[in-house]
Write a protein that binds this ligand. Sequence first.
Ligand code: BTN
Length: 246
Amino acid sequence: MTLTWSIETYERLSSTQDELKDRLNQGDEVTEGLVIQAIEQNAGRGRQGRLWYSPPGNLYMSLLLKPGCSLARSGSLSLVMALSIVRALERLAGEQIGITLKWPNDVFLNGKKCAGVLLETETDASGNLSHVIAGIGINVITAPADLGTALYDDRKFKSLTLSGIRDKILQEIARDYPVWLKKGFAPFKEEWLKRTCKTGTEITVGHFDRAIRGTFSSIDEKGNLIITDPEGRERKIASGEIIQNS
Ligand code: BTN
């Protein structure tokens, strides 16, 4: 399959996620590949119900995908999207710089978060993924104080434009998404693991309202996090997020 993007840019939206959802709810036929971008958002949303800092100058966009596969596979899609962002940034910088990944889909630059992915899904009557609204937020010129970094904080990114960054990310996703659709997470796993913490690193995982401690083992083919708990048992975690690396 070939994914073709059609980009609509708005000065100000509450959230690009909500704008795309409204379109779907209005019942119009919305084509796969529609991208809603906002210059600023006044109610940008992050994962786990958090707000997403959205002043002008950064990149906020939501992409419509229609994978039609089982819902269980959506977890690994968000991991692949984060890797597509990393690949785009590395290509733009012209080198493999200090960009790392934190499970499930946070992108870090020089040890601080610079981008995040929020996947919101809808299923059809048979439980398959009919729509995925993939929200991407990149701190380009500014980041919330003490909470993250912006690409422009690193001189390698200073000459890039917002549209240049957006187009490169869309290009990488258009390349990676069909591979994921056909083969799942397996073709991406090695590259993902190369950019995340080392096996044996002590981590704390936020899982619903609990904090699970253990050491990082790996990520499986479904995108689950595998940790070893303090009793030496292996545990697979499908949802949540790493909140702390030691
Ligand atoms: C995260 O918490 O790391 C995910 C952040 C996702 C933010 C983006 S910005 C574009 C889209 N619209 C939103 O309201 N949220 C996502």
